[in-house]
Design a protein around this ligand. Structure first.
Ligand SMILES: [Mg+2]
Length: 205
């Protein structure tokens, strides 16, 4: 696959929403270990708004801008802020109605850079960054001109990154207060974001 079209991208979003909805309860249960147990609801609400906002999109930049702006304006909470930052950041580096492999790598790298403006969380803190950072780094490192291969590399790295949060102690934000209790459970945000990247790759099969 040497071009990613708007239709392909919308399919990626649809699969992500479907898979994340199916795991809503699981994400909330993971969040309840050290938080308020609302992550499943939060990510489904935010992603639903994002998918809805993408529907009228006909080219990458304005579509991604709408997705990011709408979720930040319409949905409150850190999940929406971080997802909004991802798509707004992606909009900075995406143009036109189709992207080649390099365009896809640049788009996700720009998304990560913008998320890093919103949170100081680093890999190892047991947050969604444990899925996002390795996913984007793996995509950047994948020199293939096949977009499917790039998204597969991102998916694999995101899932491994989320898995790596299981033995970690939460080290960021409010969760830090319950750090010890988090050991043995996957971080809810890393779980949901890795599901999103796995879905992006699945959609192109
Ligand atoms: Mg929560």
């Amino acid at each position: 696959m040497d071009k990613l079209t708007i239709t392909d991208f919308k399919a990626m979003l649809d699969v992500a929403l479907k898979n994340i909805k199916a795991k809503e309860e699981e994400f909330s249960k993971l969040d309840a270990v050290i938080g308020d147990g609302d992550h499943g609801t939060a990510i489904v609400t935010a992603l639903s708004c994002i998918v809805r906002s993408a529907q009228q999109g006909t080219e990458f930049k304005s579509m991604l801008t709408d997705m990011g702006m709408n979720v930040m304006l319409e949905v409150s909470g850190s999940t929406s802020t971080l997802l909004g930052a991802l798509f707004l950041g992606m909009s900075d580096a995406a143009e036109g109605t189709e992207l080649d492999a390099d365009g896809v790598r640049k788009m996700f790298a720009s998304g990560l850079a913008n998320v890093q403006q919103q949170t100081a969380a680093k890999v190892g803190d047991k947050t969604m960054m444990d899925a996002l950072v390795p996913a984007v780094e793996a995509m950047k490192a994948c020199t293939s001109s096949d977009i499917k291969e790039i998204l597969d590399a991102g998916a694999k790295a995101a899932l491994a990154g989320a898995e790596a949060t299981v033995p970690m102690k939460a080290n960021f934000g409010r969760a830090r207060n319950y750090g010890e209790r988090s050991i043995g459970y996957m971080d809810s945000g890393a779980a949901s974001w890795s599901c999103m990247f796995a879905s992006f790759a699945e959609a192109l099969k």
